[in-house]
Design a protein around this ligand. Structure first.
Ligand SMILES: NC(=O)c1ccc[n+]([C@@H]2O[C@H](COP(=O)([O-])OP(=O)(O)OC[C@H]3O[C@@H](n4cnc5c(N)ncnc54)[C@H](OP(=O)(O)O)[C@@H]3O)[C@@H](O)[C@H]2O)c1
Length: 278
């Protein structure tokens, strides 16, 4: 166990941030969790909840007081709008005495990420996970109500990663030596098609699930009906229809950084079986 440290986690109510919070607690560190609305947040015992808004860095002063490590997201507000406040956030963090920073890469250009990379006053690590296993929760409604998944590009391959493993890599990078200046691509342990994923979920819930392949046009209609904005739909078509090599290549970052093998989608499905069961 490394010495107890004080860490501020932003995006702490989110899919990844929640896991970082849990890992840090397990490792015995003091965790402060940022949210815009503490009344809505639901954290484990022992977490100090603080309010603040990354789009308005002056609201972060109290949250940053006394922390040595900081996890950052690159977006703020609706539809993952890129934060424009990165340089100011970094300035405040340095002034507060933050020595280590992790950033969850958002897949596109980011002023915040640029500011972190350019900062030689802190030890930074960029976390670049591939597709999250948690995205499969989007199937829950169709599986529970119709025993069905409707997806395009069903033969695409994904090295999808368990969000708990992103949390574990972040917790190590925030609290231990040896990760400064690293860009960690974080993947799961295997390549899966959509059919493989559906089979794993069916196995975990103990009931068959049929996979209906959509044309690209049908998928666009489905995502529009679900309220996705056009740029998100464009991103999904590109990411699913033409998955870059990095998204379909398994690498051993999780094991190298945490000393534990990456968790499988079979394990994730078993952990989430209740979400897919009526
Ligand atoms: N899904 C994937 O497969 C995938 C793969 C690789 C990378 N990514 C990247 O992962 C990121 C999304 O992470 P996630 O899924 O963990 O997020 P998420 O579950 O959507 O959670 C969003 C978090 O951001 C916080 N937040 C939003 N605006 C804020 C603001 N102005 N000030 C303070 N906090 C704010 C929210 O906090 P409150 O609401 O509590 O304030 C919440 O904790 C994106 O950058 C995406 O590009 C996703």
């Amino acid at each position: 166990m490394t010495q107890t440290q004080n860490i501020l986690v932003t995006g702490a109510t989110g899919t990844v941030g929640r896991q970082i919070v849990a890992e840090l607690l397990t490792r015995g560190h003091r965790v402060r969790a940022l949210t815009r609305d503490a009344a809505k947040a639901d954290f484990p015992d022992g977490v100090e909840v603080v309010e603040g808004d990354l789009t308005d860095p002056d609201t972060l002063a109290a949250a940053l007081e006394g922390v040595t490590g900081l996890h950052l997201i690159t977006f703020g507000g609706a539809f993952f709008a890129p934060l424009e406040t990165g340089p100011r956030i970094l300035e405040l963090a340095r002034a507060a005495g933050v020595r280590r920073v992790t950033v969850l890469h958002g897949g596109g250009p980011s002023l915040l990420e640029d500011a972190v990379r350019a900062d030689d006053g802190v030890d930074w690590t960029v976390l670049m996970p591939v597709e999250f296993m948690a995205n499969a929760l989007e199937w829950a409604e169709g599986i529970v109500t119709r025993d069905e998944v409707r997806e395009p590009f069903v033969n695409r391959l994904s090295a999808m990663v368990h969000e708990g493993d992103i949390g574990a890599v972040a917790a190590v990078a925030l609290t231990e030596e040896g990760h400064a200046g690293q860009e960690y691509v974080i993947t799961g342990p295997e390549l899966l098609t959509v059919g493989d994923k559906v089979a794993a979920v069916a196995n975990a819930r103990g009931r068959a699930v049929s996979l209906v392949e959509l044309t690209e046009e049908q998928a666009v209609d489905q995502w529009r009906a679900a309220g996705h904005p056009e740029d998100v739909i464009g991103f999904l078509i590109e990411a699913y229809g033409n998955t870059p090599e990095v998204g379909r290549t398994v690498i051993d970052t999780v094991e190298k950084v945490t000393g534990r093998p990456a968790r499988s989608f079979g394990q994730w499905s078993a952990e989430h079986a209740a979400a897919f069961t009526a």
